[in-house]
Design a protein around this ligand. Sequence first.
Ligand SMILES: Nc1ncnc2c1ncn2[C@@H]1O[C@H](COP(=O)(O)OP(=O)(O)OP(=O)(O)O)[C@@H](O)[C@H]1O
Length: 265
Amino acid sequence: MGLVEEPVISISGLWMNYSDRMVLRGIDLKVFQGQIIGYIGPNGAGKSTTVKIMLGLVEGYNGKVEIFGRDIADGDTAYKRRIGYVPEVAELYDSLTAREYLTFIGELYGLKRSSADNKAERLMTLLGLEKSYDMRIASYSKGMKQKVLLISSMLHDPDILFLDEPLSGLDANSVMIVKEIFASLAARGKTIFYSSHIMDVVEKISSRIILIDAGSIVADGSFAELKEKSAEGSLEEIFNQLTGFDKYRDIAGEFVACMQEVSPV
Ligand SMILES: Nc1ncnc2c1ncn2[C@@H]1O[C@H](COP(=O)(O)OP(=O)(O)OP(=O)(O)O)[C@@H](O)[C@H]1O
């Protein structure tokens, strides 16, 4: 009998409501080592909520969430040392330099200050930011800040990376480097779980795409598999079809008409 691979993430019957609003409606999901998961869905579908629950940042859910085979509700937070996170809206300490920020984060993850500093400086240099390492983050451009966030999530060599719009603000060359980093990490058995609204990127870099709509999973498979099940060609079209959206022309038309209305004086 062959070995049965254990999932690194296992979610069963996950329900979540905020006051009287049901946000997640029975999510069931198993994620395995080496997968690059594109977790997609319309605004407000419940993507960030799912990720925040897995990170232990949101409580009060129903269902079971296991990371590395352990129920995260059992109180043992050791799993957090083995995950990295790039949030949707990041609190970067603008008054710190990247050196100060990244060595601080490295130490939080248990690295020695000198090794965190050394590693961070080399990673910054690889992403073209060597000259900015000792500059305050406040002076960074959007893309430069995103690179610092990506480095901060990977400094401690995590086994699972959770990323929200990981390529946000990056130029075309940097996008190619980061995509290659993800592929290389996945080939080494790391798991990448990211959300993005940029469908052509999701189409290209995910080994598995999970589409959530109004708190439920409505599609789960590789891009080729999703394409087979749908009459549509691109992921954008599949997304529109599965979320029942076909009104973009009408909405845009009405929007422009409304903008151009001349109000009576
Ligand atoms: N702290 C909160 N309190 C109340 N409602 C919340 C809270 N956080 C999220 N919600 C609601 O939960 C729903 C799902 O939000 P969530 O942030 O998970 O969506 P999302 O899929 O990540 O959306 P987006 O694509 O816009 O980032 C939304 O209706 C949102 O208003």
